[in-house]
Write a protein that binds this ligand. Structure first.
Ligand SMILES: CC(C)(COP(=O)(O)OP(=O)(O)OC[C@H]1O[C@@H](n2cnc3c(N)ncnc32)[C@H](O)[C@@H]1OP(=O)(O)O)[C@@H](O)C(=O)NCCC(=O)NCCS
Length: 168
């Protein structure tokens, strides 16, 4: 996490989601109306950044996924075993409340997701995202994510790369 006074925790029933506004109505609506169903059905896990251990300043979701080997850039795919697909962790959504934007929280939540993905006992090759627009693509590219050649709004970061940059 950044130096800012944020605390990241799994979303639970004590957190108040009603006032969250990130600038994307779809991401706000998902967080207000759908995320708890997804958690209950075990199709997503959700983590929130709390300001003063109370107000939700940002959230992200994680779920299991896979990346088709044939979709990866050729120079990366040829270094992987010849399975049809490799395991991945998908960050389905990432959003920061407008009151907290530009303070490093988005980057800190990305780093938090990478720590969870690399710390799991279940192997994954990469953290992947489906960026919702060009700005989001820019945000992930800025953080080292690589776009799939034929589907440039899907990006991935090999977890070995993330681990190596953490050791530096
Ligand atoms: C995208 C979003 C999560 C960024 O959060 P944030 O807290 O404002 O971003 P940060 O302050 O952590 O920025 C971290 C770094 O990314 C860079 N960055 C931010 N947006 C960027 C963009 N669109 N393109 C390139 N770089 C970008 C910042 O300059 C900063 O760089 P630095 O670490 O070198 O100083 C936030 O703006 C948001 O919630 N947007 C609406 C929802 C959304 O688009 N989600 C994307 C998921 S699909």
């Amino acid at each position: 996490m950044s130096a800012a006074p944020f605390f990241v925790a799994p979303l639970d029933a004590t957190h108040d989601r009603t006032g969250f506004r990130c600038g994307s109505a779809a991401l706000d609506r998902y967080f207000r109306e759908q995320v708890t169903q997804d958690i209950r059905r075990r199709v997503a896990a959700c983590f929130v950044a709390l300001a003063d251990r109370k107000r939700i300043a940002g959230y992200y979701t994680l779920a299991s996924a896979s990346l088709m080997l044939a979709d990866l850039p050729a120079d990366i795919g040829k270094k992987l075993p010849r399975y049809p697909a490799v395991p991945a962790v998908r960050m389905g959504r990432l959003a920061v409340d407008e009151a907290f934007s530009g303070q490093g929280l988005g980057g800190a939540l990305l780093a938090d997701a990478l720590v969870r993905a690399t710390g799991s006992e279940i192997a994954a090759y990469a953290l992947m995202v489906d960026a919702k627009d060009d700005r989001a693509v820019g945000f992930y590219a800025h953080h080292g994510f690589i776009a799939l050649p034929d589907s440039p709004s899907t990006l991935f970061l090999p977890l070995a790369t993330a681990l190596a940059s953490r050791k530096r």
